[in-house]
Design a protein around this ligand. Structure first.
Ligand SMILES: CC(C)(COP(=O)(O)OP(=O)(O)OC[C@H]1O[C@@H](n2cnc3c(N)ncnc32)[C@H](O)[C@@H]1OP(=O)(O)O)[C@@H](O)C(=O)NCCC(=O)NCCS
Length: 180
């Protein structure tokens, strides 16, 4: 977009309600049932890797990452990535991903995994993993398990169960925070 009026900047605390709303309209209530959501439960997004695309005070799109462990390795779980429904197809999603991937690389992260549509994510370098190599909690279409190495000329060695890398806030089954 040559006449681009919008910019990408780090997400701020005051952006969170807008981002939550965008994710709600983009993914619907079914998002809580997804495997990827279980890996986010009780865990904060990776600090310094949440970005928003803004046109003035208007939120156009958002990307966040969550910290995961796969086997013995740490990785980043990409998502949610969402763009306002009326603004899709203008390059905002790809721009958000390119920006965030460059930042993740600069911060020294080794790899990114996600569950998503290969024809879209291949545009920024993601590739499908061999079926069963990386296992998410709950059912996931193996064709949608994608990964990207952030280290030049380093092959991905990710293998095993995807787990939360740590838990910030223990959650009980009813969703309420557990004291202490
Ligand atoms: C997926 C999403 C983030 C893409 O954002 P966007 O800003 O529209 O994407 P871009 O404009 O950067 O890229 C658009 C291009 O990608 C293609 N594309 C978009 N979604 C795609 C998909 N799921 N599979 C394959 N190609 C896709 C478009 O057809 C378009 O192709 P073109 O450049 O040849 O015309 C946006 O559609 C969205 O918010 N969807 C709802 C939430 C969602 O599904 N997020 C992804 C979770 S896996």
């Amino acid at each position: 977009m040559s006449d681009q009026s919008w910019q990408i900047r780090p997400e701020r605390a005051e952006d969170a309600p807008l981002v939550e709303h965008l994710n709600a309209i983009s993914f619907g209530p079914g998002r809580y049932a997804k495997s990827a959501y279980r890996l986010r439960e009780g865990v904060e997004p990776v600090e310094g890797l949440s970005f928003v695309a803004m046109d003035g005070v208007e939120l156009l799109g958002s990307i966040r990452f969550w910290p995961v462990a796969i086997g013995m390795e740490k990785s980043l779980l990409l998502g949610p990535l969402a763009v306002q429904p009326g603004l899709r197809g203008r390059g905002i999603g790809i721009a958000l991903m390119k920006h965030a991937i460059a930042e993740a690389r600069a911060q020294g992260h080794a790899s990114i995994v996600l569950v998503g549509d290969e024809p879209y994510y291949v545009r920024v370098g993601f590739a499908r993993l061999a079926p069963g190599r990386v296992r998410f909690p709950g059912p996931v279409d193996p064709a949608r398990v994608l990964a990207l190495s952030l280290q030049h000329n380093v092959m991905l060695t990710l293998k095993g169960e995807v787990r939360r890398a740590h838990i910030n806030q223990p959650i009980c089954a009813c969703g309420a925070a557990v004291a202490g």
